[in-house]
Design a protein around this ligand. Structure first.
Ligand code: C2E
Ligand code: CA
Ligand code: CA
Ligand code: CA
Length: 286
């Protein structure tokens, strides 16, 4: 039936097939990719807004696919969540990141840099996985890293309406000294009063807020909203990290609003671990 229309339809079909094969192909390739170590981690600095020093980094996973090149997490994390592979993959990311943090801390011992901390993203599937607390304890112990060097980032949407069973492992980790950050804050319509119930110590303000501050001066309504969130957070003893800072003007306005820590291209794109080491050392010696 399509032949009358000529190649155009066939081509469209072929493209649709290729997309299906890619999605399906990526999903089935994930377990072997983990075994073959095709994943790697980039680190993006977290910078103290008050003095500009590097305080740590967020670990962001990538997949060096043998045919498709480097794939970002948005391409494969949802697939890994769907198949459950996110549990071993997430454990691998945690293990690598904690070892990396130990390496930075050892190399910086005796310098003026504050001990670097590591932020690792946790998918909702990992939260419901029974081994989370023990795995985390084991990984920290094996690497000889103190729990307070680690921050686990959980999205606001994963915790909306969370019951006690879901919060229990996070509470245990928080009691041990692991920081819990509420990621993408401001996108999930969470009940602000609910924040008190959550074992979090850091709010990560979503990039959408930072985007409103590209101009100087920023939109007064945007400023008021961020100001309100920061003062609420601080009154609950939560630190505020802002993501997606791309310009000096944004950084300055967010600093004036009282945000504590920033992350974004203005400081550095995600990169290899040596880069973070160099950045941290550079600001310790200047
Ligand atoms: P996220 O946790 O919100 O991470 C921040 C994302 O913003 C990263 O994208 C980062 O590269 C990007 N970004 C940083 N600074 C800027 C900036 O100034 N401007 C702009 N436009 N973007 C900026 P990336 O690396 O593509 O990661 C996307 C998402 O994938 C992450 O969002 C996180 O939810 C997820 N992800 C990454 N690594 C992991 C992981 O190991 N486990 C899990 N479960 N999720 C991960
Ligand atoms: Ca994150
Ligand atoms: Ca985020
Ligand atoms: Ca985000």
């Amino acid at each position: 039936a399509k032949s009358a229309g000529g190649n155009r339809f066939e081509l469209a079909d072929a493209e649709a097939d290729a997309r299906v094969i890619t999605r399906h192909g990526l999903t089935t390739a994930l377990p072997a990719a983990l075994e073959r170590s095709e994943f790697f981690i980039e680190y993006q600095p977290l910078v103290h807004l008050g003095d500009g020093s590097v305080r740590g980094a967020e670990a962001l996973v990538r997949w060096l696919h043998p045919q498709h090149g480097v794939l970002g997490p948005d391409r494969f994390i949802p697939l890994a969540e769907h198949t459950g592979l996110i549990v071993p993959l997430g454990r691998w990311v945690l293990e690598q990141s904690v070892r990396q943090a130990r390496d930075w801390r050892e190399r910086h011992a005796g310098t003026a840099t504050a001990p670097l901390r590591i932020n690792v993203n946790l998918s909702p599937c990992q939260l419901t996985h029974a081994g989370l607390v023990q795995d985390t304890v084991d990984i920290l112990q094996a690497a000889g890293v103190e729990p307070d060097a680690l921050c686990l980032e959980v999205t606001e949407s994963a915790l909306i309406g969370a019951d006690d069973d879901l919060l229990k492992p996070l509470r245990r980790l928080a009691e041990m000294g692991v920081d819990i950050a509420l990621d993408d804050f401001g996108t999930g319509y969470s009940n602000l009063a609910n924040l008190r119930r959550l074992p979090v110590s850091i709010l990560k303000l979503d990039r959408s807020f930072t985007q409103g501050m590209q101009q100087f001066p920023a939109d007064p309504v945007d400023l008021k909203i961020v100001e309100g969130i920061v003062s609420l957070a601080h009154s609950l003893n939560l630190a505020v990290t802002v993501e997606g800072v791309e310009t000096g003007a944004q950084a300055e306005q967010l600093r004036i609003l009282g945000c504590d820590t920033a992350q974004g291209w203005y400081y550095a794109r995600p990169g290899p671990p040596e880069r973070l080491h160099d950045l941290a050392l550079a600001d310790a010696t200047t």
